[in-house]
Design a protein around this ligand. Sequence first.
Ligand SMILES: *Cc1c(COP(=O)(O)O)cnc(C)c1O
Length: 393
Amino acid sequence: MDRLIYLDHAATTAARPEVVETMLPYFTENYGNPSSVYKFSNTSKDAIVNARAVIAKSLNTEPKDIYFTAGGSESDNWALKETARVYKDKGRHIITSTIEHHAILHTCEFLEKEGFEVTYVGVDENGIIKMDELKKAIRPDTILISVMFANNEIGTIQPIKEIGAIAREKGILFHTDAVQAYGQLPIDVDDMNIDMLSASGHKLNGPKGIGFLYIRKGIKIRNLIHGGGQERARRAGTENVPGIVGLGKAVEIAVETMADRTRYETELRDYLIDRVLAEIPYTRLNGDRYNRLPNNVNFSFQFIEGESLLIMLDMAGICGSSGSACTSGSLDPSHVLLGIGLPHEIAHGSLRLTLGHENTKEEIDYVIDKLKEIVQRLRDMSPLYEDYMRKNR
Ligand SMILES: *Cc1c(COP(=O)(O)O)cnc(C)c1O
């Protein structure tokens, strides 16, 4: 089986060839340190200025509010830890959701050990944050609300503007992990009252190990890395110039292509969802049917194990992802699927397929055929399925 169908774009994406081409000279000819005074280094300096401007424009903000980091996890850690430490005299309470990425959840757990209190607001059965619960969680000592823009597992998009308005009204900082949404959905940090926003290059056809944190002017945050004066001395260290250039190019393309690309992906997504739900019985779609990322599909197939499904899909040349936290070495079902109320056994039979602009309808047809075949084969081996069929005949 030579065929490779990549349907795991929420995990990472290929850098576009134009992105790599734009980066290359910054490894070889234009290697000057942006901080140096001679003219030779101006090319590096200008490239950073340009990338920062492109990104600022994409969020409707100023270039000086964009701080380059080594990716989404770093941005999330910085936003939470270093505002918490500054504002701790005002209060020690933080609000987030139960379905955040681990870069947020594990940072919150760390902060709890440091004496902060965190309220994890629940979500409804589609994965949308419970706004009444969020409002009730607000206390006089609440200093920060962090809610992701769109979920990485089930694709659900949160009412970010509404949350931003509430935070603004109460004088609470609002951070959003927009790693999945950025490049797929239009974002305006002013209109949405976002104070801090995390994004990452490799989720939008840019390079890995580069991202940024948007920090609204006037927000107090501790410097992340002490050293030289780079990134307004808030995140010291010689800039990752090729990475920054690549990220800038990826953002430029993502913005230019957003409307057409997301329309195309939404069509493929809906085709995949409709056919699988119609043709594979005992299957459910996880996440909101329409209020979801253009490229996200997440199913639960009753009576089977997501891990076995993934392995068999892999043998058919298909890359997907399951709802199990297999990276941690355990087979615990994902906190997101449990968060939307799925019982363990249903959460275990989950499959996430995330599309990219390079996927074709022909690939999706192949995937549906394989999926039907594999799900049936796994069910035929399942005692639970056999039992169920006997009882319901
Ligand atoms: C991938 C991802 C991250 C982590 O980004 P990295 O650049 O890989 O560190 C954080 N949050 C969400 C929602 C993600 O999907």
